[in-house]
Structure formats: C-alpha cells, structure tokens
Design a protein around this ligand. Structure first.
Ligand code: HGY
Ligand code: MN
Ligand code: MN
Length: 425
C-alpha cells in the first residue's frame, strides 16, 4: 500500500487525542462531573460519537447487540486469510470519573488504525477497533459484560441483573437499541483471531517514577467482589445501654478495619481490599442501625494470596460476629483470575517502544480491564500510559499531550510489529 501523506508527529497525534478526550468527556449524566454508566443515554451519545470518529478514520462501523461499537480496518493482504486483530477499551466510566480511563484506549485504537491506513502499512489481518460499554461494572452488579459476551462467557443470567432502580440489563439494552436475546451469538471464533490489544492509563505511579511515557503490561491482577451484610438489631439510641446493643455499624466498622489490617499484612503479595459502597438500614439519626450492606473489592498479584486473604477476612468476620452477636454474610458476585499477557505481544511492544528511543519497561496491572474477559477467548496484550501521580477514578486524572502522542505512535508500531510477525508465521 502506498502512503497517502507524511505521518503526523507524536505531538500532532497527542493534540488530536487530547481534543477527542475533551469532546468525549463532555458527555456525562452530571453537569459538573463525569459519570457515564452502561446503557444510559450518555452511553448512547458516547457510542454515537465514537462511531462517527471511527467512520472519519475510514473504518466500517457497526454496533453489536450489547452496545459495543466496532470499527473495521480491512486487511491489505487478503491472501493471508481472514484473521482479525481486536484492539480497544471501554467508554463507560465510574462515578465522578477521570476523562482518560478507557477513553484513551479507544481513541488510541481509532487514531492508530487511521495512521496504519494512511501510512500504507501492510496488514495481513483485519483490525477491529472496539469500544466496550460495561467495563467498570458500576450501574449493574455485572462487569466486563460486553467483552465477556465476545469471549462467550457471559451467561444469560447476567441479563437479569438489576440496577439500583430495579431496571434489568435486558430492559436497559432494549431501550439502548441492543438485542439481549442475541448475547450468545456474539462469541468470536478464536481461530479467526490474532489477539486482543488494549492501551490504557496505568492508574498507578510506576511509569511516572520510571520517567517513562509508556510501559508493557505483563499480567492483570485477579479480583473478586462481594456484598457483605452485617445484621444487628434496631433500637432506641437513647435508651439501650452500650453493652446491650447489636449495633450493625459498629460491627461493620470493626470488620472494615480488620479487613484493612489483613490486606496490609499481605502487602508483599500485592493484596488490596476496598470497601467502596456502604448502606445503613434504617438510617435514622436516633435509631441503632439494624443492618449494614457494603461491598468488598479484593485483589492480589496472583490468585493464591487472594484466596488466602479472603479466608483470613472471613475468619476475622466470624470472630467479630461472635463477639458482637451480629451475623455477617458474604455474597460473592464477581471473580476474575489473574490474566497473563502474551509474551509474543509483550516482545512486539518492546521492539515498537525501543524503535521510538524509549526504554522498554514491563509492569503488572493492579487494575482490571476488558483483557481479563478476552483472555478466555484469545491472547491479550496491553500497553500502559503514564498518568500524573498515578491518580485515577478521580476527576484529577491527567495524561500529557506528549504522552498521548507517544501512546498513539507506540500503538501504530506495535500493530506493525505484530503484522510483520504474522507475515513471517
Ligand atoms: O476496577 C477496576 O480495576 C477497573 O477500573 N474496572
Ligand atoms: Mn479502565
Ligand atoms: Mn476504571
């Protein structure tokens, strides 16, 4: 293929990425902060915007029945067969989010696909750019649903999951324009895939400490999510003596500090425990709380220490329960195992990054990503992009224009390296 015109510089690509990031970040459920949850009107608007960008980049665009937007760049060498390289990230966000988490990966993929086409880089496979809609798992008690559907691991039961307003995934999907009945048809054929790549902000401090704009991901930490119910006894705040109470909040507080201590004692295995949501019933100023429901997000660098950590936490909960006379129940609703990244994709990334004069550096991911679902389907690869102070899931999340440009350029070269490998295979 003959190049159309001289390639944009990394700085020009960074400026373009920054403009797209800002445009997408303005699509939110809330005026003064960024919240864009799966299958909401904001997700609908964001999906339509991303589809427009994909068309402008010269991709053939369609949307699958779970709302994933897909842009195809056809292979330039059909003689090599009909394999496809998937590359993308997510456009849903957490509540009061930063504007780079997920969005930067989708934008890098779109700009890289366009650059590959414009530079006339030979591709022995199709490229499908993907914008997933349910990575964060904030609206429904599901997560990685849109990517799990491609992997064929999303059970029909997930369509019955309900949000805080009692709306099911299936109902919200129909409203969104999706077709929940087709969820099982979305499974990709593994033999037809080269793999799944994702570019994502690091959401940690390592690349900033190493003074590097991009890094190569070795594996994604496994994770599990639980609802914990602490059952106490409602009573009058003024008349029940302190030693006669079954105060659900005091028992929950005991447990929260105890879980934190358990995680800190296993820090060498990368164990982290977080209580992100907490609700008190009945929730009146002068009533001793009858019940607390809270979430536990538990992760570790590998699966064995995570299993040991949940056992330790449950043993601590049992002791607190006996001491306070408050039954404590755990209800696990999510687990994803540690997902190693393909050595072949890591080495291709290393060559790509080195060709830019950047020191190749490998690091693991404590954050979860769609690659954890895609690992059940095909080989995965991830590139991390430096973000200021490692801050994420926070409106002060920030990536510089230079680093975004480096990330796009690295993505172009990463795919070109993989293309070279496929041609030699
Ligand atoms: O929870 C995570 O690690 C990801 O941001 N969804
Ligand atoms: Mn993310
Ligand atoms: Mn996130």
């Amino acid at each position: 293929m003959v190049p159309d015109e001289p390639p944009l510089t990394a700085h020009e690509l960074g400026e373009e990425a920054a403009a797209l990031i800002d445009e997408l970040s303005r699509i939110s459920a809330e005026e003064d902060k960024l919240t864009r949850l799966y299958l909401t009107p904001e997700h609908r608007n964001a999906a339509d915007l991303v589809a427009r960008w994909m068309r402008q980049a010269g991709l053939d665009v369609r949307e699958d029945s779970l709302g994933t937007v897909r842009g195809r760049l056809p292979s330039s060498m059909p003689a090599y067969g009909e394999k496809c390289l998937l590359i993308g990230s997510h456009i849903d966000t957490v509540i009061d989010a930063g504007k780079f988490d997920g969005a930067l990966g989708v934008i890098c993929a779109i700009l890289a696909a366009r650059e590959l086409r414009k530079r006339g880089i030979d591709l022995p496979f199709d490229i499908d750019v993907l914008a997933f809609g349910d990575e964060e798992g904030v609206r429904f008690p599901t997560t990685l649903l849109s990517s799990s559907a491609l992997a064929g691991t999303a059970p029909y039961s997930e369509l019955d999951a309900r949000d805080a307003n009692g709306i099911s995934v299936a109902e919200a999907l129909r409203e969104f324009g999706g077709r929940p009945e087709n969820i099982q048809d979305l499974k990709e054929v593994p033999e037809k895939l080269v793999g799944y790549l994702e570019v994502h902000i690091e959401q940690g401090p390592v690349l900033e400490r190493e003074a590097l704009p991009v890094g190569i991901v070795t594996s994604l930490a496994g994770a599990e999510r639980h609802w914990i119910t602490v059952q106490g006894e409602a009573g009058h705040a003024g008349t029940v003596p302190m030693d006669a109470r079954k105060d659900a909040v005091s028992a929950a507080a005991d447990l929260i500090v105890s879980m934190e201590t358990a995680a800190k004692s296993a820090r060498s295995d990368g164990v982290v425990a977080t209580v992100g949501e907490l609700g008190i019933h009945p929730g009146a100023v002068n009533v001793i709380p009858a019940q607390v429901k809270m979430t536990l997000d538990l992760r570790a660098a590998t699966d064995r220490p995570r299993a040991a950590a949940i056992d330790e936490i449950k043993a601590r909960a049992a002791r607190i329960s006996r001491k306070r006379g408050c039954p404590i129940e755990f209800d696990q609703f999510h687990e994803v195992v540690t997902s190693p990244c393909s050595e072949i994709f890591q080495d291709a990334a290393k060559r790509a990054i080195a060709s830019m004069g950047i020191r190749p550096f490998r690091l693991m991911s404590g954050a979860g990503h769609d690659g954890q679902a895609m690992k059940a389907l095909t080989d995965i690869g991830m590139l991390f992009v430096r973000c200021r102070k490692g801050i994420s899931h926070n409106p002060s999340e920030y990536v510089s224009i230079e680093d975004m440009g480096m990330a796009v350029e690295a993505t172009v070269r990463w795919v070109a390296e993989i293309a070279q490998q496929e041609m030699k295979a």
